[in-house]
Design a protein around this ligand. Structure first.
Ligand code: X8Z
Ligand code: ZN
Length: 600
């Protein structure tokens, strides 16, 4: 809505440039600061109000897919864009940033953030921004209402995952795996359109492409982000090759098949081979969930935080969230991927999940509440709404992943009563489970396949006719996994992954989160709890809560590298992650003696 004007703050850029030469004295400096303060107080209030309207509409569209909810979400998206992408607002922000040396750091951070947010929907090109919002809404709708079919019958995402975790019949596994890829075909056309629209908005604001706009949240370029991810993969490679070798031998034995060179994708328990859980028998927690309810899982995740001195979640979390699967027979369609939402950037916090009583959802519920407690911690007057976010997006995922890791520790599982107090844990089995289930193979999926494929699509404009071929090239190269049969361009397997559609150029944040979580976990276990990182328990320790809060309450007000260094004493590093798995490396080398390591 380009009719929005801010009379006291909007001036033309040329006028401001001429003012720049005269802004040298202290009085002028404080006038610039005052002008920025007035501008930002208006922007923060309007941003918060409009984001709330849009988030509420998006929530309805994600939890109950109907044409009316889609239309409302699109309208609210356009209203927010009209404000936050307004050319006058962009001009004033850029103009103020010319005087960045005269402004407080917090002010500069808000202005920079504002430009990043505006770059998602620049109303300097209203037709482009409108087309993007329409295409995003349509894509979400297709994704969220997609009905998978197996053996001629509808099958839910939870049912697909449960079958891949339990079935020992390779014919059935292959059919279920193939069924899980059907959504990609329905989503490809929208994704092709969105690639251009997403790149278009980023280019409108001077970025080379959408990927580089997203990595700007780290203050990094695309090449720097790719190098960081290559570094994660390189330092962990010896461990990954050992795990890959152990896993393919284990699976070949399980399915009574010859040992393959690459692991067939339908042998693994996850639709994308991103986690390889369920193989470490001594750490199988499934039987312990027999008498547990989904409600118990979410309440337990909340207690993890309250036991460390955090407040309970806002009372409205419970009635407003959508935590459990749609009951059988109910026609409502909702997004099936877990998420946490900070709708009003105050206390309206919700989570969208489909929790069932099993180890996977136990971990995921803890992950989501990591986001929730980050939201709660930085929602305070010192953190302006524009900066109520993670220090970088990987910090947000990192608190989720840290909570997941802490919830997998045997002493915690005993503390919450899931494991009996006299349970004799096989430490290696639990460490192996950590490594397989979201630890090491996950890096080759996130840093490798997802990040490289999306960088190719956005930054290198990979032709849509080569999308599936490139995808499986990366799956083979990085993961050492192959499809059960050739997957031509009639399929679009990357589009089966939620984030490719609704959280584009984001996935390297999960790789960052793995490394980050180990760094925090190592600090907490060794320096605060004085317990071994592989077997420790945060619950009941307010000193751990106090440490976490020192990072969480800052939100995005501080540079992420500085914040990490100030709180842990260490630069960002894979050191802690390697230390954590060092005992496992030794064990795997013994198990794999005489075997060919890796697949090259
Ligand atoms: O998407 C998620 C969370 C929500 S932020 C459940 N995760 C990634 C995934 O499922 O692919 C958690 C780890 C990886
Ligand atoms: Zn998350």
């Amino acid at each position: 809505m380009s009719r929005l004007i801010f009379p006291s703050v909007v001036r033309s850029l040329s006028c401001l440039l001429s003012l720049a030469t005269t802004f040298t004295q202290a009085a002028d400096i404080s006038a610039t600061q005052e002008r920025a303060d007035r501008f930002l107080s208006l922007v923060n209030a309007s941003y918060q109000a409009l984001a709330y309207v849009e988030s509420q509409a998006q929530w309805k569209a994600a939890t109950d897919v109907t044409p009316a909810h889609d239309a409302a979400s699109e309208t609210a998206g356009k209203a927010r864009a009209a404000f936050i992408g307004n050319p006058a607002l962009i001009t004033e922000t850029k103009a103020l940033l010319l005087f960045r040396r005269d402004l407080k750091e917090l002010t500069v951070r808000q202005l920079e953030r504002l430009l990043l947010i505006a770059s998602e929907s620049p109303m300097t090109n209203p037709a482009l921004t409108a087309a993007r919002i329409e295409a995003e809404t349509a894509q979400n709708s297709t994704l969220n209402r997609f009905e998978f079919k197996h053996a001629g019958k509808p099958i839910t995402a939870n049912e697909i995952d449960n079958l891949l975790q339990s079935s020992t019949d390779l014919t059935e596994r292959r059919a279920v795996w193939a069924a899980s890829k059907a959504s990609g075909q329905a989503l490809k056309e929208g994704l092709v359109k969105l690639r251009d629209l997403r790149n278009g908005v980023a280019q409108e604001m001077g970025y080379s492409d959408y990927f580089s706009l997203q990595v700007a949240r780290y203050g990094m370029t695309t090449d720097e982000m790719l190098r960081m991810n290559a570094e994660f993969m390189s330092v962990l490679r010896p461990l990954y090759l050992q795990l890959h070798t152990w896993t393919k031998h284990k699976l070949a034995e399980k399915f009574k098949q010859p040992v393959p060179r690459l692991i067939p994708a339908h042998w693994l328990n996850n639709r994308w081979s991103q986690e390889w859980g369920g193989l470490s028998e001594g750490a199988d927690l499934k039987p312990f969930f027999k008498d547990r309810t989904p409600e118990w899982i979410v309440k337990t995740a909340e207690s993890f935080y309250t036991s460390m001195g955090f407040a309970t979640m806002p009372a409205s979390f419970w009635p407003k969230s959508d935590l459990y699967p749609v009951p059988a027979g109910d026609q409502r369609k909702k997004n099936t991927h877990a998420s946490a939402w900070h709708l009003d950037l105050e206390a309206d916090i919700r989570s969208l999940m489909s929790v069932e009583p099993n180890p996977w959802w136990f971990n995921t519920a803890h992950h989501e509440l990591g986001h929730v407690y980050y939201f709660m911690s930085y929602t305070r007057p010192d953190v302006p709404p524009l900066l109520r976010d993670g220090a970088n997006p990987g910090f947000h995922e990192g608190f989720g992943e840290l909570t997941g890791l802490a919830s997998s520790q045997v002493p915690y599982l005993k503390h919450v009563g899931l494991l009996p107090a006299d349970f004799k844990a096989d430490e290696t089995a639990f460490l192996l489970n950590n490594a397989l289930d979201g630890g090491i193979p996950f890096i080759y999926w996130s840093s490798g396949v997802m990040t490289h494929w999306e960088a190719d699509v956005f930054a290198k404009n990979l032709p849509a006719a080569e999308w599936n071929k490139r995808w499986w090239h990366y799956v083979r190269e990085f993961q050492g996994v192959e499809p059960p049969a050739p997957r031509g361009e009639e399929f679009c397997d990357p589009a089966t992954k939620t984030h490719i559609n609704d959280n584009p150029a984001y996935y390297y944040n999960y790789a960052f989160a793995q490394v980050f979580k180990h760094q925090l976990h190592d600090h907490i276990a060794r320096k605060i709890l004085r317990q071994p990182p592989q077997a420790c328990n945060y619950a009941g320790h307010p000193e751990v809560g106090a440490f976490l809060r020192t990072i969480m309450e800052k939100g995005a007000t501080t540079d992420w590298r500085r914040l990490l260094k100030e709180t842990t004493g260490e630069d960002f590093s894979t050191r802690a992650m390697l230390d954590y798995y060092a005992p496992l490396m030794r064990w795997l080398e013994e198990q794999n003696q005489g075997r060919t390591i890796g697949w090259q």
